[in-house]
Structure formats: C-alpha cells, structure tokens
Write a protein that binds this ligand. Structure first.
Ligand code: CTP
Ligand code: MG
Length: 231
C-alpha cells in the first residue's frame, strides 16, 4: 500500500558548527535537504512528504523540490521527536491510522533505493540499521573525572539505527506521544518509542553510506560518495 514520508528538518546542526543549519549546507552544488527530498520523491508508491521545518526557517521554500505538489511543511519542535509528532498530527487529520509512515532524517541524503525497497517489504514496524563493525565498549565514570570501560558488549547483537524508520501512522503517533510524556530524553528515534510500548521493530540491514551528516568530516565523505556515484 502507499505510504507517506516525514522528514524532520527543524534542527540547528550544533555539532556541525556552521553558520546555518546543516541541512542547508551545500553538497556538490545544492543544499543537503534538496538531495534528500529529490531522493525521496523518486521512491515508488510515495503518497507525499511532510517536512518539519524550524519556525524561523526562511530557506526551505526556495528549494526546487519544495515546489513539488507532493511536498507539505509543518513547524517542528524543540526536539526531533516533537518535530516528527507535529508532522504526524498534520497527517492524522487527512489519512487513515493504518497508513504506513516512513520517518527519514533530512541529514541522510545518501540512502539507497535498494534499502528503501527492503524496508517497504519488511514488517509493518521496521527500520534501516547497520550491524556494528567496531568493538563496542560500555563506559562508566573512572577516577579523577576520567571515563573507563565497564564492559564490552557482544558485537553480534549491536546495530546502529539509521532512518527511514517505518510504522503505522496512528500507532506511531500514540507511542511517540506517550514516550515523550514518560521519558522524553529516551526517545531519540521512532523505534525507541515503539520499544517502550513493548514492540520489537524489525532491523533491516542497510548500506553504511546511509550515514547521518553530523560533523564537518561527514560532509567531505558525502561529497566524495556522490561524485563516485555520478561518475
Ligand atoms: N531535527 C528536527 N527537529 C529538532 C532537532 C532535529 O527536525 N528539534 C532533525 C534535524 O534537522 C535532522 C534530524 O532531525 O535532519 C536528525 O537530527 P540531528 O542529526 O541531531 O540534527 P541537529 O539536531 O540539527 O544537529 P545537532 O544535534 O548536532 O544540533
Ligand atoms: Mg540533534
């Protein structure tokens, strides 16, 4: 069945440390979010896209993809989950609660269509993720303000969550609202809210190139990967 995509794009990009929010930084000639939206608009079966932008955003409307009739905007919130919830509120006024929704970060322009197809074919609650490649250490406070290893976690059970994350509209809205009431800091993605409600979303192994552009070095890597694909 057809699905909607929600794009949280109301962050300020503190870790990037640029003058403007990172989603508007140029990546091979156009803003990161323009790549992300053009990518999404090419996915088969897409009904529409709701982009959560900041209240003081004055750049979104000048992006070419913003003119597409399938693209809508809402004003986001202080935290990512609140931005997603604003879009879910908007969508629930016009769509059935069973409608599949994919939430995808504006800062992940490089997600591959193959991985989207896998996600669409997976369980109703599912997310793209990457099996951990490094050894994973859990930390604890050490002496004199240092940080020390508490233990090594079994790596074969560790996955790094990406987006899109998929769930039915009504259920995602209810669980996100409840999660934000109970423990807002624990709701760092859609799956974490579903987990709190007792669900076990399916993990769909995705390409490592679907990383979130977070730090300045990520931008350089994204530029190189895009050039590599184009060539
Ligand atoms: N996001 C959002 N609303 C917020 C915070 C984040 O819509 N209040 C969006 C960001 O724009 C981004 C995605 O959620 O597309 C993932 O968040 P993140 O990578 O953390 O982006 P920022 O919050 O902008 O960056 P930072 O945490 O470094 O400030
Ligand atoms: Mg953030």
């Amino acid at each position: 069945s057809n699905y909607w995509v929600i794009v949280p794009a109301a962050g300020s990009g503190k870790r990037m440390g640029a003058e403007i929010p990172k989603q508007y930084l140029p990546l091979n000639g156009k803003p990161i979010i323009a790549h992300t939206l053009e990518n999404i608009l090419s996915w088969p079966g897409l009904e529409g896209v709701i982009v959560a932008i900041a209240a003081d955003d004055c750049e979104f409307s000048s992006i070419a993809a913003a003119q597409d009739p399938r693209v809508f905007t809402v004003i986001g919130g202080a935290e990512r989950a609140q931005s997603v919830l604003a879009a879910l509120d908007y969508l629930s006024a016009r769509e059935n609660p069973a409608t599949p929704v994919l939430v995808h970060d504006a800062a992940r322009p490089l997600v591959a269509l193959d991985d989207i197809q896998k996600l669409l074919a997976a369980a109703p609650m599912a997310l793209l993720a990457q099996p951990a490649s490094d050894t994973i250490k859990q930390s604890q406070p050490g002496e004199g303000g240092s940080t020390v290893v508490r233990q090594t976690l079994p790596r074969d059970q560790i996955w790094l969550a990406q987006t899109p994350q998929k769930a039915p509209l009504g259920l995602l809205r209810d669980t996100l609202m409840r999660g934000l009431e109970n423990d807002p800091l624990a709701i760092t993605d859609e799956a974490s809210a579903l987990e709190q409600a007792g669900y076990h979303p399916e993990l769909v192994a995705a390409c490592r190139s679907n990383f979130k552009i977070t730090h300045p070095a990520d931008l350089i890597l994204a530029e190189a990967l895009l050039r590599h694909r184009a060539g």
